[in-house]
Structures are given as structure tokens and as C-alpha cells.
Design a protein around this ligand. Structure first.
Ligand code: FMN
Length: 324
């Protein structure tokens, strides 16, 4: 099996410099365990914090060495969730979308590594300030929630900042990394590894409806949009500055740009949205994936995806694959 040693693999004891994104609803214990068993580090998506679901997912991971991620602004509303989850001794806790400070001491005291996902340089500065073990520089290509920076400038800018202000903090790149080329590019931009969401959403172990899996195979990289529409329909109060990248479909065509009207109709639309989501409707609900859709041609076991990504990145780096 090809390997790729980086600061991340060496200091966290991983075979591969690949971490699976803690995807709300889609990233359960089976996916996290498959990624960890495949040599990376799998993270369960703590999402908006359903304690029963989280317990089930840790049980499904059957003791594999995994971590968990939380939406920080949501966790502030029910901080006991973190206390409960730390009893499972996760290898790492990722915080994203909010100030990490209220949770840093508790995570450290439990012996878990702290990963802070960042969408702009101000977030990177906050993460460096709390001496996060790893920063994720998330580009706007990413599936799910995020913001505006493009990964190709954000990752090296974050790398430069961390090198001078927090040299022990590792850097992961996120947003659009779906194959060996993306992983190799992330390392060239100064990252120590990659946080991968969309590509692993399209895996056998992800908790994704078969019809939504079919939809990603039929969508190219132009077929997604950043929008507030799913959050308005679901009545989830996301802070300003963050939008969701989802598949462009009948739902987003209808409501993107008509947010005020959607807000007025949110209870009826929310019910439709949830029904569509449960049924795997590819059109009348949020279908959560990023621009990497255009690079995905099959739904495969997560460990195979990770192994191929690493082998292809290794080949890219060895051969200095530049078209002549
Ligand atoms: C379906 C889905 C759900 C996501 N949910 C979360 C989440 O709950 N918390 C979080 O920090 N990030 C979440 N993200 C964003 C990921 O952490 C990550 O930044 C992103 O997937 C990386 O870009 P990629 O999708 O192009 O690989 C989600 C992404 C996807 C695709």
C-alpha cells in the first residue's frame, strides 16, 4: 500500500494524511471507523447535537480510534453534549463555525486533539491563539456550510501565518479535495493533510439516501450553489457570513434569491424539505455536496477511496506530474 508521510501522519500516528469531515447527518460511526481502519482519521458529524444519535454512532464505530466534530455556535446551546461525548475518549474534536474558546480547556483535559475549521484569516488567528493542534483552512468549494475564500490562496496564506505564529499547529486543507491530484496540491500549498467531505459522502458507508448518491453521479462541478435557502426552510438560525453549498435543483431554483418570501413560508416549506430529504428526493430538498461532485464517478467503500487518493497523490509527487 502506498503511503505518504507528513507531519500529520507522524505526530498523530496515522498511515495516511486524510481526515474525514464531520458531516452532519451523513458522517456516522460506520464511515468514521472505515476511514480510520483505512489508515486516515474518521470524524463523526456531531451536527446540531442529537445526543441519542451520537451515542448510536459511537456504538457503530465499535471502538475504532475516531474523533467527532461540532458546529460551535450550536454546541454553545447544549455544552453538556461535549462533556458526554468526551467520555468516549475521541482522538480529536473538531470545532467549526464559532469561537472555540469556551470549549478548549475541556477538550484538552480529556486528552483529545483540538481541530479548528476556519473560513478566513481571522478564524485562523483565533485558532493559533488557542494553540489548536490543527487548523482546517476550508475553501468555498466545500460541500455543506462554509464561506467565501478560495482554497488555492487561503491554504498557503494560513500556512504562512501558522509557520510564524503557531509553528506546532498542523494545517489541513479542505474544499474540493476528491482525488490524488487534490491531495498532492494541498501538500504543495503547505498543508500537512486534507479534510475530505464530499468524496467520502459518496462512499458506501455514508448515511446518504441512494437517490442522493445517484444525484451526485449525475452532477458536475457547475451544479452546486452556495445559498441560505436550506437553513431558512429548516429554520436553523445560522450566523451571518456562512452559507451552505448544495446541489442546484428545483428547491434552490425556487428559493435562492427569494429568501424573504421563503422566511414567510418556512413552516410549510420546512415540512416539504424534511419529507423530501427523508425520501431522497434529488430536487425538492437540500442535497448536500460540493464542487468535487464533478470529480466523482462511483460510490465506493471509504477505505478504497482513501487508499487510491494517497497512492495517486504519491504518484503525482514522485513524478512531478507537470504537463509538458
Ligand atoms: C454533507 C456535508 C455535511 C457537512 N456538515 C458539516 C458539519 O456538520 N460540521 C462541519 O464542521 N462541517 C461540515 N461540512 C463541511 C466539511 O467539514 C468540510 O469542510 C467539507 O466537506 C470539505 O469540502 P469538500 O466537501 O469539498 O470535501 C459538511 C460537508 C458536507 C459535504
Amino acid at each position: 500500500m502506498a503511503t505518504l508521510a507528513t507531519r500529520l501522519t507522524r505526530s498523530w500516528g496515522l498511515e495516511h494524511p486524510v481526515v474525514s469531515a464531520p458531516m452532519a447527518f451523513a458522517g456516522g460511526g460506520l464511515l468514521a471507523a472505515a476511514v480510520s481502519r483505512g489508515g486516515g482519521l474518521g470524524l463523526i458529524g456531531g451536527g446540531y447535537g442529537d445526543a441519542t444519535w451520537l451515542e448510536e454512532q459511537f456504538a457503530a464505530a465499535q471502538g475504532s480510534r475516531i474523533g467527532v466534530g461540532f458546529i460551535t455556535w450550536s454546541l454553545r446551546k447544549s455544552p453538556s453534549l461535549l462533556t458526554d461525548i468526551l467520555k468516549h475518549r475521541p482522538a480529536a474534536v473538531m470545532l467549526s463555525f464559532g469561537d472555540p474558546r469556551p470549549f478548549v480547556a475541556e477538550i484538552r483535559a480529556a486528552g483529545a486533539r483540538l481541530i479548528c475549521q476556519c473560513q478566513d484569516m481571522a478564524h485562523v488567528m483565533d485558532a493559533a491563539d488557542v494553540r489548536a493542534d490543527a487548523v482546517v483552512a476550508q475553501g468555498a468549494e466545500a460541500g455543506g456550510h462554509g464561506a467565501l475564500r478560495g482554497a488555492i490562496t487561503f491554504v498557503p496564506e494560513a500556512a504562512d501565518y501558522l509557520e510564524s505564529h503557531a509553528p506546532d499547529t498542523l494545517l489541513l486543507a479542505a474544499g474540493g479535495i476528491a482525488d490524488g491530484r487534490g491531495l498532492a496540491a494541498a501538500l504543495m500549498l503547505g498543508a500537512d493533510g486534507a479534510l475530505v467531505g464530499t468524496r467520502l459522502w459518496a462512499s458506501k458507508e455514508a448515511l446518504v439516501h441512494a437517490r442522493h448518491h445517484q444525484a451526485i453521479l449525475e452532477t458536475d462541478g457547475d451544479g452546486t450553489i452556495r445559498t441560505r435557502a436550506p437553513d431558512i426552510a429548516r429554520q436553523i438560525p445560522w450566523p451571518k457570513g456562512f452559507t451552505a453549498r448544495v446541489r442546484r435543483n428545483a428547491f434552490t431554483d425556487r428559493w435562492h434569491g427569494r429568501e424573504d418570501e421563503l422566511e414567510r413560508n418556512a413552516s410549510a416549506e420546512g415540512a416539504r424539505y424534511r419529507k423530501g430529504f427523508a425520501e431522497g428526493d434529488p430536487e425538492n430538498t437540500g442535497v448536500w455536496f460540493g464542487e468535487a461532485a464533478g470529480l466523482i464517478r462511483s460510490i465506493e467503500p471509504a477505505a478504497d477511496i482513501v487508499a487510491r487518493m494517497v497512492a495517486d497523490a504519491r504518484a503525482c509527487l514522485d513524478q512531478e506530474r507537470i504537463r509538458k
